[in-house]
Design a protein around this ligand. Sequence first.
Ligand code: ATP
Ligand code: MG
Length: 637
Amino acid sequence: MPATAATPPRPPIQLLPDLLISQIAAGEVVDRPASVLKELLENALDAGSSTIQIQLEEGGVKLIRVSDDGAGIAREQLALALTRHATSKIASLDDLERVGTLGFRGEALASIAGVARLTLTSRQRADSGHRAAGGETSESGGSGGTAHAWRLAGEPGASPEPAALLAGSVVEMRDLYYNTPARRKFLKSDSTEFAHCAEAVKRIALAHPEVAFTLAHNDRVSLHLARSDAQRRAGAILGDGFLAESRPLEVSAGPLRISGYCALPAYSRARADGQYCYVNGRFVRDKLLAHALRAAYQDLLHGSRYPAYCLFLEIDPATVDVNVHPQKTEVRFRDSRAVHQFVFHAVQRLLSTPLATAPAPTADGTGLAQALNGSPAYWPDGGAGSSTTSADAAAFAARVPYQCSLGVGEPSSSGAYLAFIDAARAPAGGPPATLPSPPADPDLPPLGYALAQLHGVYILAQNSQGLVVVDMHAAHERILYEKLKGALDEQQLATQALLIPAVFSAEAIDVAAAEEYAETLQKLGFELAPMGPRQLAVRRVPALLQAADPAALARAVLGELREHGVSQVLTARRNDFLASMACQGAVRARRLLSVAEMNALLRQMEETERADHCNHGRPTWTQLTMAELDRHFLRGR
Ligand SMILES: Nc1ncnc2c1ncn2[C@@H]1O[C@H](COP(=O)(O)OP(=O)(O)OP(=O)(O)O)[C@@H](O)[C@H]1O
Ligand SMILES: [Mg+2]
C-alpha cells in the first residue's frame, strides 16, 4: 500500500538520560509540595530523629526545609543519597519483604532533585559511623563521629563542601518544578498547597507522638507539637472534641493489634476527612480497611455521614506488602480476610458496648436478651395510660424483683432509688433540703433514675454525675431495633395476638399480597387475614411492636414486600425494614410515662448494644454534669 511510504521513520530505541528518568519517576512520587514534604519527613523519621522542624515558603512551592536531629549522613554517602536506587534501608529481597522503615525504594531524593533544587546538609552522628560504606569515616574526628557537617547540592558535578550544623540533617528543596514549568501549572494556590502540607505533617505526627514537630509557613509558626503520648497527640491534632466523643480501642489477636480512637456517631462528618488509618506506623488509604470500618459503623450512621477515627494497625511486616504504590499509601495484606474480620469485629464491638457491663448470665444459662424478649409488658401496652403518672414508691418497690431478674437492679441501687423517690415525692413546696444531697451514690446505674418527663419528649434522670436527658422515642427506637434484630436472628420473634383484630381498608393489590406473602409475614411476626375484596384484618403482630398502630404496621410491611420483594426484605433490606418497624413501634412523643416505665427504659438502654445512638446516628441521651451546671449557675465563684 502506498500509504506506508509517507510514514516517518521510527526513532531508534535508546536509553534515557538519568535526569529524564528522575523527572519521569518524580511524576509518580512528587505530585505537589505536600508529597515532597512527606518524603522528607519519612526520611527524618527513618533516621531516628526526635525533633523535626519544617519551614515552608509560598505553600511549599518556593521552599521546603526539613531539619532533623537524626543519625545524619556521612560525607562520602551524600552523593549516593541523591542517586536513584540507592538506599541504606534494604539490601536484599528478604529485607524488602519485611521492611520496617518508611522508605525503602531509594528514589525519593533523586526524584525530588529531578524537579527542584535540592541541597543536603548533614552531620553524621558519632555512633552511626558504621553506616558509611566500607566502614570508613575518614573525616571523623577520631571518635567515629564527624568533625563537622557537609553540604551537597543536588546538581550534576557538585561535590560536598564543609558546612555548619550541630547534628542531624537539613534537607532543603527550593523552586519546585522550576525546570518543568508545565507541571507547575497544575499547582493550586499557595494556601491550598500549604493546607496539603499541613495535612501531611498531621498524618505523620499522629503516628509519631514521641517526636516533636514544628511547622512554620512564611516565617510564622502554624503548628507546634511537643513530644507526648498517643492520646495527647491525638487530642492536639484531631481536637479535644474528637477525643471527648471517641472511645479508645486496644485489641490484639495473635500477630494483629489495633489501637487508637473511634469517634461515636454523634461526631460523624459530612466528608471523609476525619479518617486516619495506619499500618505499622504508615498512613494508608486502604480499601479493605475502609470497608471494614464502614461496615463496623453501618448500623450507627446515616448513609450520607462519614465516621471519624484514628486507628493504628500493627501486623507482622512479612505479611503485608508495602511496595504496591509509588507513594506507599496503599498496602496489600497477605491474609486480607483475617485483617478485615479482625478490624471489623474490634471496632464493631467497641461501638456497640452497652453503657453497663453485661450482666452475669442467669442461673439457667439463658442470656439477658431472652429474658427481655419474653418479658411481660413493663413497657407500654397501649391501654395503661390512666395510671401512668400515679405510680408510687410502693408500686415501684413491688416491681423491683422484676428488675432484679433482668440483672440490672442492684439491691443497693434500688435502695438508693427508693430514698431518692421518697424525697422527690415530698409535698410540693417543701424545703429543698429534704432532697438527698447530690454527689450521689456511685452505685447508681449509669443512666441513674428517672426524675420526670419533659414536655412528653425527654426523660430527665439523675445519675452520679448529674442530670441525664434522654430522647425517649429515639432511645426506645434503638432498643426495639436491636431486639427485633436479635429475635429474628435467633428465630425467636415472639408474637402477640390482638384481642380485637384491627380491620383496615386496603388496596386490592395489598389484599392479594397478604395472601401471597402469608408465610413471610408469619416469619416477620404478622398474621393478616382478608376480610373482603378491599379489607384486611391484622390478627397478630410482633410482641415487641404491640404498642404501635397495627394497621400502619401492616401497611408498612406490605409496602416493603411489594416494593422490594420477599428475598430483599429478609436479606439485604432487612435492617432498614426492621428500623422502620422499630420507629413505628417506639413510644411516641407526648405519651405520658410512669416513673417506673421511664426507669425500665433507662435500664434497657444500659443493656442494649449501641443504645447511645438512634438508628440514624443521632444521640439518644446526653449528660449534664454537676460541674457543668455549677458553672452555668456560677456556683462556687
Ligand atoms: N534526613 C535524613 N537523615 C539521614 N539519612 C537520610 C536522610 N534523608 C535521606 N537519608 C539517606 O538517604 C537515602 C536516600 O533517601 P531516599 O528518600 O531517596 O530513599 P529511601 O528513603 O531509602 O527510600 P524511598 O525512596 O522509599 O524514600 C536513605 O536511604 C537514607 O540513608
Ligand atoms: Mg525516603
